[in-house]
Design a protein around this ligand. Structure first.
Ligand SMILES: NC(=O)c1ccc[n+]([C@@H]2O[C@H](COP(=O)([O-])OP(=O)(O)OC[C@H]3O[C@@H](n4cnc5c(N)ncnc54)[C@H](O)[C@@H]3O)[C@@H](O)[C@H]2O)c1
Length: 284
């Protein structure tokens, strides 16, 4: 790693943004108790947003909301629940509107990171992958739209992944169905809502550095072996994967910076777009 990189290598986020694009804005970040979602929540709060963090793990969401409130000085709320279940996303939107009066930005970050050959999926796991990656996205978008349409303003940013367009093996449910479908939803929902003052865009990371979500007590994220069999992960690591031109994994703050643009008021004339924040892995 080069010392010239524009962020702290220890994840302590010593170089802060000077932007304040989210003053008076309210942002929901799904799956934000850790990892990329946590860093996105932190970034928009640093820019002035009031933030609602949601997660399956309520204790982790509460802890993260408390820490980020102290670190950024912004207001945080948290909500526990499985967003793939009917009604949960509506409760989150209602909580955000009750606490902060509006909802400006929805960041669809939560996903079920299940990676294995399609032939190895049980029926149950296949259903879970579709619920966690398709239904979660769909329900969150649908739940936030009435509020955004009433305001005549909204930003939806979907967190994708590059596997759907690089053909990375063992990503059929997560990448092919989940993130590939997400790109289609981004375009069609953008078209449907453009005249309502709403934009919908998608940001796709590829490899991201595992460490560095800024939580002082964070342990490196461990993928559930029932969802990511070690032999599959080892096989993926050995494969000749397409190289990024930049030649390193992304720091989470680098992905969050692109997300923060699409989620902000100044991204007013860009909608239905897909952006790879993936070191030049794919250049179209
Ligand atoms: N990690 C990577 O290398 C990578 C690469 C490309 C894309 N992505 C995408 O970036 C996003 C974040 O990845 P990450 O590695 O930080 O993920 P992560 O697994 O570390 O965190 C995801 C969070 O979402 C929560 N969550 C999952 N399903 C939920 C649901 N139904 N309801 C509520 N909360 C739910 C989980 O509890 C978890 O806290 C995901 O969309 C992922 O697909 C990740």
């Amino acid at each position: 790693m080069s010392a010239a990189l524009p962020f702290a290598q220890d994840g302590s986020f010593k170089v802060k943004t000077l932007c304040r694009r989210y003053e008076g804005r309210v942002v929901i970040v799904t799956g934000a108790s850790r990892g990329l979602g946590r860093v996105i929540a932190r970034r928009v709060a640093e820019e002035g947003a009031s933030v609602v963090i949601t997660d399956l793990d309520g204790a982790a969401a509460r802890r993260t909301a408390g820490l980020l409130e102290k670190e950024t000085g912004s207001h945080f709320q948290w909500a526990e629940g499985d967003l793939s279940e009917a009604g949960v996303a509506e409760q989150v939107v209602a909580k955000a509107a009750a606490a902060f009066g509006r909802v400006d930005t929805l960041i669809n970050n939560a996903a079920a990171l299940i990676r294995m050959p399609l032939v190895d999926f049980t029926e149950e796991l296949m259903q879970q992958a579709v619920r966690g990656n398709v239904w979660t996205l769909l329900r969150c978008c649908k739940a936030v739209l009435p509020q955004m349409i009433a305001q005549k303003y909204g930003r939806i940013v979907n967190i994708g992944g590059e596997a759907w367009r690089t053909g990375t093996p063992h990503h059929t449910l997560l990448g092919g169905i989940g993130k590939g479908g997400m790109v289609g939803l981004t375009a069609t929902l953008a078209g449907e809502t453009a005249r309502e003052g709403i934009t919908v865009n998608c940001v796709s990371p590829a490899a991201m550095a595992a460490a560095g979500d800024g939580d002082p007590a964070a342990t490196p994220s461990v993928r559930d072996p029932a969802w990511n069999p070690p032999a599959v992960l080892a096989g993926l690591a050995k494969m000749a994967m397409p190289a990024t031109f930049i030649g390193r994994a992304a720091h989470l703050t680098e992905v969050a910076a692109a997300v923060a643009f699409f989620g902000s008021p100044e991204a007013s004339y860009v909608t239905g777009q897909h952006l790879g924040v993936s070191g030049g892995l794919v250049m179209i």
